[in-house]
Design a protein around this ligand. Structure first.
Ligand SMILES: [Zn+2]
Ligand SMILES: [Zn+2]
Length: 159
């Protein structure tokens, strides 16, 4: 493993601070908007370059699962993610279940290796779901369309 020593410039410090404030695994674009409030002259490409540098020195994690936009993670400890299939929001799987998942995977890996003849080199794991915000939104939408399809036939004038 290569580990580079990171020169901590003011720009990098601000980027790191903003990333750590949020638990939402921001994309470079989203971070740029936040960082710009502190450093109005910074450009998107500078933010991007600094993020790449910070990830090379292991100070931020880079998430590139599937075809989704690249996101950055202030949490560099090994952990798992859950992604909302509706809005793309990414959250950390609570720390309390990580050891359970790892234990289960170790067992599965042995079995898969035996059955396939592959030598295991790792795995990618991402949970998929619908986040609380989207769930709430969907519930509200359902409620508002129910008015039209009401089986009782009473007219509801609500929007
Ligand atoms: Zn969502
Ligand atoms: Zn994370």
């Amino acid at each position: 493993m290569k580990s580079k020593i990171c020169r901590m410039t003011n720009q990098r410090k601000v980027i790191l601070e903003e990333l750590r404030k949020s638990t939402e695994h921001l994309s470079a674009d989203e971070l740029y908007i936040l960082v710009r409030e502190k450093l109005p002259n910074i450009s998107i490409s500078t933010v991007y370059r600094n993020l790449e540098a910070l990830s090379e020195c292991g100070l931020v994690g880079k998430l590139e699962l599937g075809k989704t936009q690249k996101r950055f993670d202030a949490n560099v400890e090994p952990h798992f993610h859950i992604r909302c299939v509706n809005c793309g929001r990414l959250d950390d799987v609570p720390f309390a279940v990580i050891s359970k998942i790892e234990k289960a995977i170790q067992e599965v890996e042995v079995a898969v290796s035996k059955l396939t003849g592959y030598e295991m080199k790792g795995y990618q794991l991402e949970f998929l779901g619908i986040c609380p915000k989207c769930k709430e939104k969907m519930k509200n939408q359902e409620n508002s369309t129910n008015g039209r399809k009401d089986k009782n036939g009473d007219k509801k004038d609500q929007k």
